[in-house]
Design a binder for this molecule. Structure first.
Ligand code: ATP
Length: 448
């Protein structure tokens, strides 16, 4: 059965993220800086989980994929070679009535600033002619602020991979095919950022470029397409909320042989969360041309020299994090029973390997010998799992708190022998002997 849509989900996610320390508006005490966000304590753990799973899925699961951490500031010629200086722009229009600024290609989906119930294309406002707006942030390197000192904040991490392709190949003694995986910040002066952390001006990407021999490229492309959708499913996302969107001839870059986006159905519609692109040999050929250095490889067996083709997988860490939050968010009404408080509850139904905390420990009261026993269990379990200790408020209130951050289990210590373990999703409770606590969690977390 398809999950029921949750009214005002985005507003609820923003509010929960702030309340529970996932994500805060940047520079909030100064009124906020539009399109920039800060990750709070739980947000850091959640985003790092996403990054670790991604990097492991690349470098641990493939002998021939290596990690890289290239610098954000790079030689400005890189952005000429890549086409970003001349082409990385969006068509911008201004509404002459309300002065709001839009991407010309998004008027049908953007909200009118004056009449929020209408789309920008429907409000009758007159727009200026579209003009191209380059999305790269410029700054100056060194003390002089002139043309020769211009450098850019990278708008994607991929270029750092292309220009290090031979360094990695030779230092790691790889042969084609092999890949390079990188996680890092990227910056785009987006015309219409929005939808919380979906479209920001400073964000993080996880990009992998796979270098292949022409002729083997389409097989590699199909393989990566499948691997990447499986990766999202393994995060626990609902299958019916994920789909591929194939780039038609009008969307495809002139050099690209094929491109698919992986899309997720957000409350604001189906949107790209990852691109899987066949980039032909465009990037390396461009860097050969602009740098004057050879970026080709020699095949010992066939005695051929060629510039490898590239299959790219590129996913935003922030979009992946937002996807997890949106997918996990649920609300229901609960009856008073077994310590549960009657009324509405909000629960993040994260998969167990995603939840920032795995177990919460509650002494029923802030009294001995309960506190000492609970602390002992806490000290033992936290050697293996991320465990939280909470002794404040009624058990019902404590359940609500841990439900909101998606903790799969709450363990309560009372005056009897043994403990009670409550499951986040079913709210059922089991009584476990003190000596079986560790066994219980080992079995449960193995079941992931
Ligand atoms: P969109 O069409 O949404 O602008 P794009 O096609 O420009 O995205 P790519 O250049 O393919 O995006 O970037 C790869 C990934 O980086 C995207 O799938 C997305 O997850 C992430 N990403 C791109 N731009 C942003 C942004 N402004 N804020 C957050 N994440 C972003």
């Amino acid at each position: 059965m398809a999950a029921k849509p949750i009214p005002d989900l985005m507003a609820k996610l923003v509010s929960l993220s702030k309340r529970r320390g996932f994500i805060f508006q940047s520079s909030e005490v100064y009124g906020g800086l539009n399109s920039c966000y800060d990750y709070g304590p739980l947000g850091v753990v959640l985003k790092n989980t996403v990054k670790n799973i991604w990097l492991n899925s690349m470098t641990r699961e493939h002998d021939n994929i290596e990690p890289l951490d290239s610098s954000i500031l790079m030689h400005p010629k890189i952005w000429e070679a890549s086409g970003h200086v001349s082409n990385f722009s969006d068509p911008l229009v201004d509404c002459k009535t309300c002065k709001a600024r839009f991407r010309a290609d998004q008027l049908k989906t953007a909200t009118c600033a004056r009449k929020p119930s209408l789309k920008a294309s429907e409000c009758g406002g007159e727009f200026t002619e579209p003009r191209n707006f380059n999305l790269m942030f410029k700054t100056f390197m060194g003390p002089l602020e002139d043309e020769s000192a211009i450098v850019y904040l990278r708008p994607e991490t991929a270029q750092g991979i292309y220009v290090n392709f031979l360094n990695v190949m030779t230092s790691c003694r790889h042969k084609i095919p092999f890949g390079i995986a990188q996680i890092g910040k990227a910056f785009r002066n987006e015309i219409t950022p929005g939808n919380f952390i979906f479209r920001m001006r400073e964000f993080e990407q996880m990009e992998m470029q796979y270098f292949v021999k022409p002729g083997t490229d389409m097989d590699a492309f199909e393989e990566w397409k499948e691997k990447r959708i499986q990766w999202h499913l393994k995060l626990g996302l609902k299958k019916e909320k994920l789909r591929f969107h194939e780039h038609g001839p009008n969307e495809l870059a002139h050099y690209a042989k094929a491109a698919f986006d992986i899309e997720y159905e957000f409350p604001f519609g189906w949107q790209e969360i990852e691109g899987v692109h066949h980039r032909s040999n465009f990037d390396l050929s461009q860097h050969e041309k602009f740098s004057g250095k050879r970026l080709s490889v020699f095949d010992q067996e066939t005695r051929e020299t060629y510039v490898p083709y590239i299959i790219e997988t590129s996913v935003g860490c922030d979009r992946a994090t937002l996807t997890l939050l949106a997918d996990a968010y649920d609300e229901e009404t609960v009856a008073a029973k077994d310590g549960e408080e009657a009324g509405p509850r909000t629960v993040l139904r994260f998969a167990r390997h995603i939840a920032p905390y795995k177990i919460a420990i509650f002494p029923l009261m802030k009294k001995e010998p309960l506190m000492e026993k609970a602390q002992k269990i806490f000290a033992d379990l936290r050697k293996t799992w991320a465990v939280e200790f909470d002794e404040v408020g009624s058990i019902g209130k404590r359940y609500r708190r841990v439900d909101e951050i998606g903790t799969p289990f709450a363990l309560t210590v009372d005056f009897e022998d043994g403990v009670t373990i409550r499951d986040r999703d079913t709210m059922t409770q089991v009584r476990i002997d003190d000596s079986k606590i560790r066994d219980f969690f080992e079995k449960e977390f193995l079941r992931v």
